[in-house]
Write a protein that binds this ligand. Sequence first.
Ligand code: APR
Length: 262
Amino acid sequence: MTSEEQLEEAIEAAARLVVASNHVVALVGAGHSVESGIPPFRGPGGLWTKFGEPDMLGYQNFMRDPKKWWEETLSGTGAMRELLDALSQAKPNPGHYALAELEQMGQLQHIITQNIDNLHQEAGSTAITEIHGSRVKLRCIACNTRWPLDEFPIEEVPPKCPQCGGMVKSDTVLFGEPIPHDALSECIRQTRMCDCMLLVGTSGVVYPAAGFPQDVKMAGGRLIEINPNETALTTLCDIILRALAGTSLPLLVERVRQLAAA
Ligand code: APR
């Protein structure tokens, strides 16, 4: 069987599974935004592959000298320059629009994204949990209040929370930082309800996100992987779309639409 025929067969099986499932959740990683011009972290062309894994004490460094962290962030220097530039120019790709359509059709109940790029929202998705935060939001580390970046004038660094006086940082979760409890508990709640999880563009090596598919599987749910490469989760998956998200997701959604209309 050619790889095209294999993909066609896999899309057919995946579409039938999505339509037959009650609570479908998409777990999304950096690969989903590669076709929007944002580099992944690992593998070929990955940021960590090029620059080395970042300091796992990112959060501790922030807490030690938040003023220095903010000055560096506002001056746009540091290793993340390439990522910040790509993020500021990125637009949703057909994969993002496909997930938004699947939600509008009532065939996708939630997205758990590891991406901080806000592209799901720009594509029209609404049921989203950003487990690693969002680059367009700020968050108070004491009371967990969040603000859209463009609605919070930064008059001093580190900025203080108008609510509780706590310290405000970017909403993005730094290495070593605990996942905000509201985001983590919503991910766990969605995972518990999930009987079919789409794994889109994630290498499946960073926890707690990489644990959710395993929980779904243990509870008798099914997994569909959408990724051009093998991952740490491939052996757990029931159906594999060995393809790019931007090309395979629109095909999957089109088949779901046909089956749901039949
Ligand atoms: N479509 C689908 N998948 C793709 C595409 C594409 N166009 N291009 C690459 N991929 C796949 C790669 O094969 C790889 O499996 O996307 C995956 C990207 O893996 P990572 O770079 O490890 O990204 P991710 O799994 O999201 O990393 C998790 O690690 O560094 C932290 O906080 C960061 O959220 C990130 C977390």
